[in-house]
Design a protein around this ligand. Structure first.
Ligand code: PLP
Length: 380
């Protein structure tokens, strides 16, 4: 159950996000303990949640930062992450973003195309700098997750495909302002079947063989993020099974002497610590179920509308007999629906509703659509 009482929640204007920093601390500590068993290095993916209290706690636990925009690089550094701990991925890095990252002397650009390599080389040359680069390779491994959060298939826009690697190595010979330090993979998000990561390890080992055969030694192997969380049973699984996750990479990755393994976790670290709290505005009769109309909508949490994803919904006020509801928001879109045919205690206007597991890809994706006010963040 949630770690805060209803009286506490009554004090705030709904909708709002509430973050359990104690749970976040426990999650971060567990992840670090398990990663450090194998000397793995974990970067936190800022795009999951970039709130300052969250970033501070993440940094204090010794994580690096994984960024996908210039502003994320900036946010990481402003919140105390050392530039040497910052990696920067993304298929469409602008010149201004690359220049900023070069000026900050970040640890590594995760490079997603030949064209991008050329541009980074050019911009680094103008600054008389050498850019450290890892090639983001598309390993063509199916993440078995929603198609919108699958990134490691050849049909996806991300990464460099295997058949291009030969020509990439040729190109790198000419690019004097690029230092190749490693390879990078990130195959998708909300991956709950660990055999997917085992398949990734197999592919990484094959790529390693290929690079060795081409006399290229790689210092850094970055296997990205993507570990999923339990949206259906948040209370039973508040902290993901980091032991199994890191243990699997230790078991199945074949490393060369001195190689450092990097991870980029977002969701697994922050999803469960966040909850969206909302109030019921109206109950309205529908054809087969009634609608519970909330004051929170897709503007506060777009995941159900965007990926048809499930979030557990709880009525914190009512203890009555359960009834079926379509739980919807106030936004003028039919996709603004948090859940269809959800069983909830008989619900009334004014009841507080918790939408669980909203700490990752919730507040960061908020929009002002319908000119909505920005919902507050509360920390306990
Ligand atoms: C989004 C992203 C991550 C984090 O993914 P999670 O599923 O939240 O762990 C890691 N690396 C890259 C390159 C990403 O784009």
């Amino acid at each position: 159950m949630l770690n805060f009482n209803t009286e506490q929640l009554q004090q705030h204007t709904t909708p709002f996000y509430i973050y359990d920093l104690n749970l976040l601390h426990q999650t971060l500590e567990t992840a670090q303990q398990e990663a450090q068993k194998y000397n793995f290095h974990v970067h936190y993916a800022l795009k999951a949640n970039a709130n300052t209290p969250v970033l501070n706690l993440v940094r204090q636990h010794g994580f690096g930062a994984d960024c996908v925009s210039g502003n994320e690089v900036k946010a990481a550094i402003e919140n105390g992450f050392a530039p040497k701990e910052v990696v920067f991925a993304g298929v469409g890095k602008s010149d201004a973003e690359i220049n900023f990252a070069l000026d900050q002397e970040i640890f590594c650009f995760n490079c997603e195309s030949k064209h991008e390599l050329q541009v980074i080389n050019e911009l680094a040359e103008k600054k008389d700098k050498i850019a450290r680069v890892a090639l983001r390779i598309n390993p063509n491994v199916n993440a078995n997750t929603h198609k919108y959060i699958t990134t490691g298939l050849e049909e996806n826009k991300f990464g460099i495909n295997a058949w291009e690697l030969e020509s990439v190595l040729e190109l790198l010979q000419e690019l004097k302002h690029i230092e190749l330090i490693g390879v990078h993979f990130h195959i998708g998000s909300q991956i709950t079947d660990l055999t997917v990561f085992k398949n990734l390890c197999t592919r990484v080992n094959e790529f390693q063989e290929w690079f060795l055969a081409h006399n290229v030694t790689l210092q850094h192997i970055n296997v990205g993020g993507g570990l999923g969380v339990d949206y259906y049973h948040p209370d039973e699984n508040l902290i993901p099974d980091f032991a199994a996750y890191f243990g699997l990479f230790d078991q199945f990755l074949t490393l060369q002497p001195g190689q450092q393994v990097h991870f980029e976790l977002g969701r697994a670290l922050v999803a469960q610590c966040g909850t969206l709290i909302s109030r019921v505005l109206y109950i309205k009769n529908g054809v087969s179920t009634n609608f519970a109309i909330l004051d929170a909508g897709m503007t506060e949490l777009i995941r159900p509308a965007l990926y048809q994803s499930y979030h557990k919904i709880e009525n914190l006020t009512s203890k009555k007999k359960e009834v079926r509801y379509d739980v919807v928001g106030p936004i003028c879109e039919s996709s603004d629906c948090f859940g269809k045919a959800v069983m909830l205690p008989e619900t009334n206007r004014g009841d507080l509703i918790a939408i669980r597991t909203a700490g990752a890809y919730g507040e960061v994706m908020a929009s002002a659509y319908n000119l909505r006010d920005k919902a507050a963040a509360v920390y306990v």
